[in-house]
Design a protein around this ligand. Sequence first.
Ligand code: SF4
Length: 457
Amino acid sequence: MGVEKTQEARVQAKLPELQHRNFRNDEFWRDIPGWSAVTRDEFADHRWQTKNSIRKIDQAKKILGKLLTEEVYQDMVEGQKITPMNIRITPYIFALIDWDNAADDPLRKQFLPLGSQFLEDHPFYLEDSLGEDDDSPVPMIIHRYPDKVLFLPTSICPVYCSYCTRSRLIGGSTESVEKETYGANQKNWEAAFDYLMKMPLIEDVVISGGDAYMLTPAQIEFIGESLLKIPHIRRVRFATKGIAIFPQKVLTDDAWLGALKKVHRLAISYGKQVVVHTHFSCPREITKWSQMAMDRLFQMGIIVRNQAVLQAGVNDKVEDMVLLTRALSYLNVQPYYVYQHDMVPGCEHFRTTLREAVELEKAVRGTTAGFNTPTFVCDLPGGGGKRHVASYEYYDEENGISVWRAPYVKPNEYFLYFDPIHKLSAEAQERWRDKEQHQVMIDAAVEKSGVKAKLNG
Ligand code: SF4
């Protein structure tokens, strides 16, 4: 009896560590006044999710009724005047938002920005922060690493994220930004396939955009089969945020899943790989629906990896990142990358310092098996590619300037990443207010780094 009690006490003490296995399975959407009568079967239907996705603030107001305070409503209206991203949010994620505490909610922050939360962009922000346009030999192809390309056949997504790194292209024009988006049109992909066929070094193709969820089953099959037939292409990755924000599609859109399954089987028959990359940001996105969707993919033999973006107020706390990592591992999603936030417009409030990323990585490492521990990377502004957050050449923490190299990708160049100014000391913020000090601070950091190269770009 005494031994049993001791064991029980040990289990009880460890219970917080088992939190990642508790997946929400209640009918949470019924708390939203406009959806109080929606049944589980209706909520499970991918067509219902798409049809009822929120596209306008006034639509949100109507669905939420008294749950939306006038203050938050007005703030969201102001947010729409500033953000470079349109609104699109699935009922699944919309209903998971804690509307009693909307201002601080990590899900609301990602998709429905408040005007009051925006900060002035960093002086060195770039619309194309990663220099993708410079590494694009033909439309919709980004070719930076010798054996890997990014293929962007679509510019639309099932949700629009406020922190999107391709806000210059994705989701249509907004009140503040004119965009030339291109939808998902097969006729426009010919040059991309021609390029891939002519480049024998390419083995790895990431299909992104936009989001592969928005490709039709016929397009999934066409892209998958066309790529797999190219002899030198060995690995195809379909990138979609869908599993995180719209798991119902995996569960009920049999045509879409059937197309993925067909392409996956074809890959195996060729001795090649087709995998899925997804994009969970924080533990609150994970419910029983996510688990059911992942079980379905896992039983089909499809490997899923996760790429999260580090965002202040969303996933920058150790306990949230550990919980996310463990929950993903439990669902058979490999936590692959956590990205330092890119220096794109409208995202200053989301960005963390490099030091915060390094410390977070340190805290997460050791909490689970190494293969399930995400690599924290900074995708270098200007196109140096992804580098481990602790692999900088020099870091002037006082002024928030880090100096980097990417010896294989661009051997004769160096790269700079800048911390968000509002997180620096009052003295450093003062220096950043003086434009003449910018180059002085940068030159000092570069000199201390000892790097002998030219600035990228
Ligand atoms: S799903 Fe990806 S591409 Fe689409 S808006 Fe979000 S971050 Fe951008």
